[in-house]
Write a protein that binds this ligand. Structure first.
Ligand SMILES: Nc1nc2c(ncn2[C@@H]2O[C@H](COP(=O)(O)OP(=O)(O)OP(=O)(O)O)[C@@H](O)[C@H]2O)c(=O)[nH]1
Ligand SMILES: [Mg+2]
Length: 317
């Protein structure tokens, strides 16, 4: 195990992949692995790319990898598989599209499933990002489909959140209404070779104008990912945002908020485990009979269980 971690920390792709598999499969080693990895992390710029299915996220990521590599950066990519079956084909497409970088030792690409118990981006994705960070990637890009909870979850992970919009898709405005406007740090209007790109860009700018002013005004970048147009500008805006984060109170606040979330997520998981174990021990046919016959009520049972945990000293953490 130590040897594996050491190799991964030195950038060995195969070892990194094995570490990610350990967190993905929720191996019993995962916790001690993360403890060892953690002090080495905190250096990478974590970028989230989110947007509707088919908006061109993977194509953008592919071109961004190229651009970042040309600047000498080591890049890690996590593509969070959309859980809905209709995008299965697209996921396969992702792998093919991004494959040209997969033999490259400075670029690491990994697909992951959205299995997390709290929905959306799983905890494993976050841990995988930390692993890539610790193993020397300068940039970690997380691609996720902006459906349901995942676009909100990505804020908890990414330093810079990019939202991809495309012309001619009515749901873009819906996405904006769903609170995503507040969380995006960079707006991308992709497929600018199609009609209506300017209009969307203007609409976004107008909506941003109406929102409470923040010290960072999210830029709106127009791209044609397929042709690599606008990618340089996009990457420089993303970098500007990182610079802003590392030099502002807002950035510090965001970082502290994320650390708070991290501790809370671990606590919630631990507490759930303790409570579940205790409930399994307490549960009996007699108790369920008592509940069914209304001799006992679930509130008092739950309270008794908690009292047992808190006073009985069986906090076996
Ligand atoms: N016309 C046009 N098509 C594009 C552009 N960028 C990407 N596409 C096409 O849009 C389709 C979807 O692109 P992807 O990069 O797979 O989109 P995605 O957002 O990653 O899709 P999912 O991962 O399934 O959500 C592909 O056929 C791309 O070739 C663009 O700038 N213009
Ligand atoms: Mg994709």
């Amino acid at each position: 195990m130590e040897k594996l971690i050491e190799k991964a920390l030195n950038g060995d792709a195969r070892s990194i992949a094995r570490l990610i598999t350990l967190v993905e499969s929720e191996s019993p080693y995962a916790e001690s692995l993360m403890k060892t990895i953690y002090p080495h992390s905190g250096k990478a710029h974590i970028i989230g790319i989110t947007g509707s299915p088919g908006a061109g996220k993977s194509t953008l990521v592919d071109k961004m990898i190229k651009e970042m590599k040309s600047k000498g950066k080591k890049v890690g990519v996590i593509a969070v598989d959309p859980s809905s079956p209709f995008s299965g084909g697209a996921v396969l497409g992702d792998r093919l599209r991004m494959q040209q970088h997969s033999v490259d030792k400075d670029v690491f690409i990994r697909s992951m499933g959205t299995r997390g118990s709290l929905g959306g981006l799983s905890r494993a994705t976050y841990e995988a990002a930390l692993i890539l960070d610790a193993c020397g990637k300068d940039v970690v890009i997380i691609e996720t489909v902006g459906v349901g909870q995942s676009e909100v979850d990505i804020v908890k992970i990414a330093d810079t959140v990019c939202l991809v919009l495309v012309p001619g898709m009515g749901d873009d405005i819906q996405i904006m209404k769903a609170g995503i406007m507040e969380i995006a740090d960079v707006f991308i209007v992709n497929k600018a070779d199609r009609d209506g790109a300017e209009r969307i860009a203007t609409e976004v700018k107008m909506m941003l104008d109406l929102m409470p002013k923040r010290s960072w005004l999210p830029p709106v970048v127009t791209t044609i990912a397929e042709k690599g147009e606008g990618i340089k500008e996009l990457c420089s805006k993303i970098e500007e945002h990182y610079f802003f984060l590392t030099n502002s109170e807002e950035g510090k606040r965001k970082k502290y908020q994320r650390l708070t979330n991290e501790v809370e997520a671990i606590l919630a998981k631990e507490i759930a485990r303790i409570v579940e174990d205790a409930w399994e021990n307490m549960k009996s046919k007699e108790l369920l009979d008592d509940l069914a016959q209304r001799r006992k009520d679930p509130y008092s049972v739950a309270k008794e269980l908690l009292d047992n945990i808190l006073c009985g000293g069986n906090l076996n953490v």
